[in-house]
Design a binder for this molecule. Sequence first.
Ligand code: NDP
Ligand code: MG
Length: 344
Amino acid sequence: MLRCLRVLPARVTRNFSRCCSNYVARMRFINKLKEDEGACLTALESGNIFLYHTLAPLLRKTQQGVFQLPLLPFKDLEGILNRLGKDGSMVKDSVLITCTEQNRALFCLDVGELDQQAVEKECGGNFVDLRKAFFTLRGEEAPLVARGQALLRWHQGNGFCSASGKPTTRNQAGSQRVCHSNGLIYYPKMSPVIITLVSDGKRCLLARQASFPRGMFSALAGFCDMGETLEETLRREVAEEVGLEVVSVRYSGSQHWPFPQSSFMVACHATVSPGNTQVDVDHEELEEARWFTLEEIRAALKLRTPPRNPRDQPPTIWVPPSYAIAHKLIREWVDDQELHYDGE
Ligand SMILES: NC(=O)C1=CN([C@@H]2O[C@H](COP(=O)(O)OP(=O)(O)OC[C@H]3O[C@@H](n4cnc5c(N)ncnc54)[C@H](OP(=O)(O)O)[C@@H]3O)[C@@H](O)[C@H]2O)C=CC1
Ligand SMILES: [Mg+2]
């Protein structure tokens, strides 16, 4: 029976009071750029742009061997495009990403119609697949490239109205597309996904899909069905994938996840009662799912990801890297266990 299925707003107010006035001004500025075509164009002309080629972001390696996202001022990019035989005004197709704390707007542009190597040479960098770039960049840049790719992908896939079949046109910021034949407005879309770390009080449940890298286990995840609450999705996915019934839920956090396409991951901790822990894996969805002890999880968290021993038998167990919200759930579970049970 479902004893207490509830979502607690844990840790959500943290850090929000810091720099509030600056934050408010910045958010209002970004909102203005989405609504005011002229203001957005002015912000673009004094802003910075980062590039993609067929959705792969351009990265540059510093002398210290660190990968960075090169930011190109409007005029520099216009010049580069002109030198490559393209009309420099193509820069105006850039899509707004965000603003820096100094209210400098950040945009992105896909130059997939240009010769990749020629752009790389002009810009002093390389276009790198997002899966690699995402795990290579420093913390604050990884979500930016993911957001940029998601927006550019959305524009590339929404050039036509699904009702009229006519072309749609974008606003200057790229925050929406409109079909002028029927007035329909399209906004960038994410698919909501629940991800949950199930615990029986002493152990946590991790699973792997056959497509995961060897040895990697993660928390259970699943897409929300139309009309479901997050709690209903969580309960259904756990029942479907591992045959268990969840009795409590606690919210942890959320994350935009760019793979394979934009998902909005909502992360929760869940518990099953200690008498209801027999796992019954749906092998259509998962290759394996099993309970892990605190010691096993501590050992997995100590490993670099992915570990270097590719052919060890049985495979070394490891968990998703720190950028993945699954990692945060697993760390929080370890912290809770250490706080409540360790040394018993
Ligand atoms: N950030 C993180 O820490 C983690 C992120 N994830 C992400 O969570 C997401 C969901 O996990 P997963 O276990 O695969 O989900 P599910 O368990 O829901 O299974 C995926 C299947 O659901 C169907 N499906 C239903 N709705 C959608 C939709 N909107 N988009 C795509 N497929 C849909 C598809 O089946 P069919 O093809 O038969 O239609 C798909 O193969 C993935 O994007 C994954 O990358 C997962 C683990 C960790
Ligand atoms: Mg799943």
